[in-house]
Write a protein that binds this ligand. Structure first.
Ligand code: PEP
Length: 256
């Protein structure tokens, strides 16, 4: 069974106490649902702002809830003012790093080449990247979704061998659905997920094609999650807004 992952991207939200409280509520929820989550192979991941990683790790210690960063620079150390490296994130005890989120691509100008370097660095540090790909509304309306996703996938994973690739979790996040309340239909999402899975098979091998988890992200909430997560190639969700409240995040996880 492929691993199902429900990851919360808290973005630049919450203060320290709110982050600690939210993490603690999620841990309690995970304990309450422990049998179901284990049976369905569901993992929870929290991605707080970098400043609160340690506080959230303290709350999740000893639980099944994993913690990830929202970004990492590709150099391990050095004169890169304001950046943090994958080594530092691994040193804290995190497991995941989100790479290539559309806000990093669009607001901070991250290129496919930089995302490729970041993926390689995250894997080299022993962490699992959540590698985001997704088309803009203009690209979808121009009928370019499949090409855009394939381009981002191929450029992002360039020079990564099958062993490296086996550490990756993919997140399909249509840019037009992120933070807009406009969720992709289960059919729209499933089409892209199934194309991504075939691409993994043709770039790597059939074992990875069948084993890599592909999450959907973009306005997932407790009302629309079940239908999306019921699709055969949707293995979980990367959740922004609805991950900021424990009830909605846990309801999404419970519907996986
Ligand atoms: C995200 O930030 O990755 C995201 C999917 O946000 P939202 O759920 O708020 O659309």
């Amino acid at each position: 069974m492929r691993q199902k992952i429900i990851a919360g991207n808290w973005k630049m939200n919450l203060n320290r106490q709110q982050a600690v409280d939210l993490a603690s509520q999620v841990v309690h929820g995970a304990v309450a649902h422990a049998d179901t989550f284990a049976r369905r192979s569901i993992s929870l991941v929290l991605c707080p702002p970098a400043l609160y990683l340690e506080a959230v790790l303290n709350q999740t210690k000893g639980s099944d809830v994993a913690v990830g960063a929202q970004n990492a620079y590709f150099q391990p150390a050095g004169a890169f003012t304001g950046e943090i490296s994958s080594e530092m994130i691994a040193d804290l005890g995190c497991t995941y790093v989100i790479i290539g989120h559309s806000e990093r691509r669009q607001v901070f100008g991250e290129s496919d080449q930089m995302i490729n370097q970041k993926l390689a660095a995250v894997i080299a540090a022993g962490l699992q990247p959540i590698f985001c790909v997704g088309e803009t509304l203009a690209e979808r309306e121009a009928g370019e979704t499949a090409q855009v996703i394939e381009h981002q996938f191929r450029e992002g994973t360039k020079a990564l061998n099958a062993e490296d690739f086996s550490k990756i979790v993919i997140a399909y996040e249509p840019v037009w659905a992120i933070g807009t309340g406009k969720v992709a239909t289960p059919n729209q999402a499933e089409t892209v997920h199934s194309d991504l899975r075939k691409l993994i098979g043709s770039c790597y091998n059939s074992s990875l094609e069948n084993s890599v988890s592909i999450l959907y992200g973009g306005s997932v909430n407790s009302a629309n999650a079940a239908e999306l997560l019921a699709q055969p190639n949707i293995d979980g969700a990367l959740v922004g807004g609805a991950s900021l409240k424990a009830d909605s995040f846990m309801a999404i996880a419970a519907s996986a």
